[in-house]
Design a protein around this ligand. Structure first.
Ligand code: NAP
Length: 481
């Protein structure tokens, strides 16, 4: 099992003591002494309850220490008197100083690269190994998702190593590197107090990624998209894995080139969710596409079955299931607003269920295309007032009303009379459209219903098990509130 080291800048005595307490869920703490000239180490160390690593970095090594090298070493020596378990020194520190300081604590030798993930890491490790440290730490910067893979391959070939990438793109490795043998990952205590770029918080690692349960047998799933930063999929899939006692982890992958990504990550992953902008382009990378996904022309789920990739579209079944909890669909007159990816999936599902569909969209030509592919009616959005008459159900499948533009709505309130309204936008939980519909006593279906249903279907495809929908829903609601 890999360890979590909580890392924070020690600036004042009181703040350091407070932070030591906040790190109670970590296995170790790293005291960054870059700004600790005035800290009372005696008081700090008498409050320690975990093994401590001390480190002090100057500007070249990504830190904030502004004095001379001699002053930096003296500060570390001062802290060493209180017997921290480890001292972390950079690989370029004078060898005589390393020899002297390691007498007082176990030695971590670290290499940091703030620009990229270079190709010569093997050579760098070989140089560090000559010093015979107790632990070697390799930290590079990921400029692309594939840089994480370089670190995973390095870990597979070296032991006694801590390795991961910094930066937004490197977050993946901060979660996954223990699977490949990293001894430790570093976590911030708070989002606004990071000691390195791309750090996750202690709470995110433990509560979202179930980090303490990750081991070499943990299976990897993920979200392919761009952007992926605000996705709620890691939250719900990881919670579902934990609830079902499945040894798996789900991480976001920010992907620009899907062909390259799949080629490189296929061997270490079991499945993916797919989101904007890859739902259509992903199809070309797959070995088999399920019938309705083929008809829709987009996938949102990929399952890796012994190296063969299978594509599905659970948006379609998710929307239908959400509707069917409130109404029958067969022969219902349904107005579908929108002609993007989600609208196409919903239209296909509605058609299969025997609905009488009319599609409308801001760009009429896109509505026409979908209408022709499933043989249904289409009308311009400007005719909304007319086409709304006699509809049983109206579905908003546009992004209008989505956070942050939460005061917008695709349908004026006065048109919402005696009709069921479904909005697939789930952030905010209750869109303006839903609020207006409720005020006018219309029955409503919220976007979260479809979101949970599509995720539950995805989970079933990934694991063969039933998803804990109540838990997923609770987490999404909490997050959105
Ligand atoms: P998309 O492919 O980008 O399509 C966006 C749709 O919204 C298009 O029809 C677009 O019209 C329309 N639109 C955007 N801005 C508009 C405006 N100002 N006025 C009128 N129409 C506008 O996106 P998508 O994947 O279909 O997703 C659409 C929404 O559904 C998003 O909010 C997404 O988060 C949500 N969604 C929810 C779930 C769920 O499980 N609940 C699943 C998937 C998607 P044009 O064609 O004219 O551009």
């Amino acid at each position: 099992m890999a360890l979590i080291c909580a890392t924070f800048f020690s600036k004042t005595t009181q703040q350091t003591i407070r932070d030591l307490k906040k790190a109670s869920n970590a296995d170790l703490v790293e005291l960054r002494l870059d700004k600790a000239e005035k800290v009372n180490f005696h008081k700090v160390f008498s409050n320690k309850t975990k093994p401590v690593i001390i480190a002090c970095r100057n500007k070249t090594n990504g830190g904030g220490f502004q004095g001379t090298e001699e002053q930096r070493i003296n500060l570390l020596k001062k802290a060493l008197q209180y017997r921290p378990e480890y001292i972390d020194l950079e690989s370029d520190v004078d060898k005589r100083i390393i020899k002297e300081l390691r007498k007082k604590a176990k030695l971590i030798i670290s290499y940091h690269n703030f620009k990229n993930t270079p190709k010569n890491l093997k050579k760098i490790i070989a140089e560090i190994k000559k010093i015979k440290p107790d632990m070697t730490k390799i930290v590079t910067t990921a400029n692309k998702t594939e840089d994480n893979l370089t670190i995973f391959n390095l870990l597979k070939k070296n032991n006694k190593l801590v390795a991961f990438c910094m930066g937004e793109q490197g977050k993946t490795s901060r979660v996954l590197s223990p699977i490949f043998g990293s001894l430790m990952t570093y976590a911030a205590l708070e989002k606004n107090n990071l000691t390195a770029k791309g750090q996750l918080t202690l709470s995110e690692l433990i509560n979202i990624y179930n980090f303490k349960e990750i081991n070499k047998k943990t299976k990897i799933y993920g979200l392919i998209g761009n952007p992926v930063e605000h996705s709620m999929s890691p939250l719900i899939h990881n919670a579902a894995f934990k609830e079902q006692k499945i040894n798996a982890v789900y991480v976001p992958f920010k992907v620009t080139d899907i062909k390259n990504f799949i080629k490189n990550f296929k061997n270490i992953t079991e499945g993916f969710s797919v989101t904007i902008p890859h739902k259509v382009t992903a199809i070309k990378q797959l070995n088999h596409i399920e019938k309705s996904a083929k008809k829709i022309g987009a996938v949102n789920t990929i399952v890796n079955n012994k190296g063969r990739l299978y594509g599905y579209n659970t948006d379609c079944i998710g929307a239908i299931k959400a509707l069917e909890t409130k109404t029958r669909i067969k022969n219902k007159k349904i107005l579908l607003i929108g002609a993007g990816g989600a609208a196409k999936a919903i239209a296909t599902g509605l058609k299969n269920k025997g609905a009488r569909i009319t599609i409308t969209n801001r760009t009429l030509n896109k509505a026409k295309k979908i209408a022709e592919s499933i043989s249904c009616d289409y009308k311009p959005l400007s005719a909304l007032k007319e086409i709304i008459k006699g509809q049983d159900i109206i579905i908003n499948a546009t992004s209008v009303g989505m956070y942050p533009k939460i005061s917008e709505t695709i349908l004026p309130k006065q048109l919402l009379k005696k009709v069921m309204i479904m909005d697939i936008v789930y952030n905010p939980l209750k869109t303006k459209l839903i609020q207006d519909a409720e005020t006018n006593n219309c029955k409503t279906i919220l976007g979260i219903e479809m979101f949970i249903e599509q995720a539950a279907e995805q989970f079933k495809l990934f694991t063969g098990k039933k998803a804990p929908k109540y838990l997923m829903r609770k987490l999404v609601e909490k997050q959105l509130r």
